[in-house]
Ligand binder design. Structure first.
Ligand SMILES: C[S@@+](CC[C@H](N)C(=O)[O-])C[C@H]1O[C@@H](n2cnc3c(N)ncnc32)[C@H](O)[C@@H]1O
Length: 244
């Protein structure tokens, strides 16, 4: 990041004062993964870029994102949150598709990079279990590869926060690397002193946990590894609050 870009990021950061203070009571895995993402934000931006691209999203992924945006556009209007937004690639894609969307991430460095890359969009520090949104205020919540640092047994807490923030007609989109709940440990991830722990969630378990939390899964897309950096199948789910 150049010094001019850094100044811009800091100026934007000042405008968006952080509504969610960092909690000392977060589990160790949350603190560890946040440390790694803080450490890796610039490398992530360099490697993946700040917008959706065919190197990192297959055509079917883009179709799912586009269809999600279209469905929300024809539902009662409301704000949408990109939860675990990273540098704001998906936030930007869905904003360009017409959604009133902001990004949330627990990594301050990711949020600063997102603000710098997309100065016209709003980004806040927050966590999947503590979104900076009032009760039942959101028309949509997107988790695009952001539940991968959450252990399977902790997904319930994520869906509890979804339940608190989503409106009665709201929808959620969840994407992740699929597996058998395998834990992939990367010591000294991105040159940090920390071990990054990522999970390849079992699709049926994620579906079940959403159903247990009161959501119906409307769309379930599973695809094989297709992009050059992928080694596992990928899954995308669209769910809404159980009606009636
Ligand atoms: C693989 S990146 C994906 C970023 C973005 N969604 C994208 O597709 O470019 C995962 C992101 O989720 C964020 N994240 C992971 N666990 C989180 C949590 N519990 N609360 C908030 N953000 C989280 C990380 O900081 C990171 O920016």
């Amino acid at each position: 990041m150049t010094s001019a870009e850094m100044r811009c990021a800091l100026a934007v950061a000042e405008r968006h004062t952080l509504p969610v203070p960092r909690s000392e009571h977060e589990p160790d895995h949350v603190l560890a993964s946040r440390e790694v993402y803080d450490h890796s934000a610039e490398q992530y931006l360099e490697a993946v870029g700040s917008v959706v691209s065919p190197d990192f999203e297959a055509a079917i992924d883009v179709a799912v994102l586009t269809s999600f945006a279209q469905e929300l556009a024809s539902a009662p209007a409301g704000p949408v949150v990109d939860a675990g937004c990273g540098v704001g690639r998906i936030t930007r894609f869905l904003a360009d598709a017409g959604l009133d969307i902001s990004g949330v991430d627990f990594s301050t460095a990711m949020i600063e990079a997102a603000r710098s890359a997309h100065p016209h969009l709003r980004f806040d520090v927050g966590s999947l279990t503590r979104l900076p949104s009032p009760d039942h205020s959101l028309a949509g919540v997107v988790y695009w590869y952001s539940i991968i640092a959450t252990p399977p047994q902790d997904l319930d807490a994520v869906w509890e926060e979804l339940d608190r923030t989503l409106s009665s007609s709201g929808r959620t989109l969840v994407a992740f690397q699929a597996g058998q709940n395998d834990l992939i440990e990367t010591p000294n991830a991105y040159g940090s002193a920390t071990t990054l722990e990522l999970y390849r969630h079992r699709v049926d378990d994620v579906v079940h946990s959403l159903e247990q939390a009161g959501f119906d899964v409307l769309v379930e897309v599973r695809r094989k590894a297709a992009l050059k950096y992928e080694t596992t199948p990928q899954a995308m789910l669209v769910a809404q609050r159980r009606q009636g």
